[in-house]
Design a protein around this ligand. Structure first.
Ligand code: NAP
Length: 245
């Protein structure tokens, strides 16, 4: 059996990833989102607000109980949950929203990596961490200071964790993966900004109009196919579009 833990599965890319993982009887899926606890195909949905450190710790206490005594061929963490808001010049940003962005996009994934690595030590032959990053972490975008900074931080955290495991020779693979532009509710949030807050808005509206946003199910299938084939290892900072080309 393979263990998958995926965050942010209520919509967008995370929902599509959970559906893809849940379609195989070889997989056990633990989905982490703000939806109520319930059984899902191949596993369970656990409720957690990823803006709270305490909630992250508590949900991982429960995950540890669930997987205690089990053995897996591989354990895969996909830190997918993300939030783009606040959009606009930093001086106009709501302070709490700015803090929440950095927490959900950067602090929570780091806390989750920490607990995932502790919880799966010795119970899986191979462990993989896929942090869903963004091109915005590699190229600044006006109006997106928090999102760009958080994703850049996620890239650098992934590079540092990769070095930890390079030194230890443990079978742990980590990648911070920019998935390209995807037709999800997040893109709707992006297009709902004003030009004053987000100068690049026309380009994003045009991408939607031109049909260049990829369906979430296609992107999820690509990520899961490359993961299953062991093709996400190597460079800890990667771009899905380049891996597919
Ligand atoms: N869409 C793109 O073009 C694009 C491009 C590059 C990178 N990405 C990245 O891809 C990932 C998925 O994005 P998406 O486009 O699918 O976004 P989305 O449609 O907005 O979905 C985001 C997911 O994250 C969850 N989430 C947000 N805040 C949360 C919190 N406090 N606690 C628990 N869950 C929370 C949402 O849950 P709720 O329903 O509870 O809000 C939702 O399930 C993100 O990391 C994003 O940065 C997306």
């Amino acid at each position: 059996m393979n263990l998958y833990i995926v965050t942010g599965t209520t919509k967008g890319l995370g929902k599509a990833l959970a559906e893809g993982i849940g379609a195989s009887s070889e997989n056990e899926l633990i989905a982490l989102s703000r939806a109520p606890e319930q059984p899902i195909p191949a596993g369970t949905q656990l409720e957690v607000d990823l803006a709270s450190a305490q909630a992250v710790e508590e949900v991982f206490d429960r995950i540890e109980q669930r997987i205690r005594g089990k053995r897996f061929a591989k354990a895969v963490l996909i830190n997918n949950a993300g939030v783009v808001s606040p959009v606009g010049p930093i001086e106009r940003a709501d302070a709490a929203e700015l803090e929440r962005n950095l927490f959900v996009n950067l602090v929570a994934p780091m806390l989750i990596m920490r607990r995932f690595l502790r919880a799966t030590e010795g119970i899986a032959l191979l462990r993989r961490i896929i942090n869903i990053s963004s091109g915005a972490g590699r190229k600044p975008i006006a109006g997106w200071a928090a999102y760009c900074a958080a994703k850049a931080g996620l890239d650098m955290a992934s590079r540092a964790v990769a070095l930890d495991f390079e030194a230890s020779h443990k079978p742990v693979e980590i990648v911070s993966l920019a998935p390209g532009v995807i037709d999800t509710p997040m893109q709707g949030v992006v297009r709902s900004a004003t030009a004053a807050d987000f100068p690049d808005i026309e380009r994003f509206k045009q991408m939607k109009a031109d049909g260049t946003l990829r369906p979430a199910a296609e992107v999820a299938a690509d990520i899961l196919r490359l993961e299953a084939a062991g093709k996400l290892k190597g460079e800890p900072v990667a771009d899905l579009r380049q891996l597919l080309s």
